[in-house]
Write a new protein. Sequence first.
Length: 225
Amino acid sequence: MKGRRWRAVIFDMDGLVLDSEPTYVQAWQAAADELGFTMPAEFWDGLSGCSGKTVTQRLQMHCGLDFNLEKFQQLSSIYWLAHVQQYGIAVKPGFFAVLDVLALHGLPFCLATNSPLAAAQQCLAWAGLTDIFSCIVAGDTVRAAKPAPDIFLRASAELAQQVEDCLVLEDSPTGVRAALAAGAPCVFVPSLRPTDAWAAEHADFLMDDLHQVADFISARQFHPL
């Protein structure tokens, strides 16, 4: 890894580009409360980066067969939409700094998310990022979502680069697992505290925020090592 200059960058979306995960947790908790179920914060934190299918599976396992999953999904969607339509979705600090570095060095980039394509596009619109990503690889455009490697393998192909030359930026253990499975170097920028120990150990790099990522990419691309 020493001395490598990246040829492209792959962004995760929720928790990495968008500060959207708190909005999901708020909506999930409100829906669960209305149905009479109380889940600890650790349960919701464990869903970070997971596909919708995994979220529903874990809810069913945790709450039992009597849990009204359809009603939960309806309620959580109502709560979530009401919030983001009123307040939008915040962009994570440092994101635009990373974009500036990529433009300076002529590095292509794309978005790789477990969210369905239509949902990802809508979230980007609510965040004011409609025109930022010309390439989006979404969970419903590949055979298997993260932690499978499919999304990152497709993203590298869309970028016309070898996956080992694409620097993946991820905020969740699920995303780190997917990057490792694909053979892509990965920066772990945790969106939750305390930091997941497994992801911190197994990611190639651990960074506090996207400002640090921007400095890191710039130094690697510009300075000989």
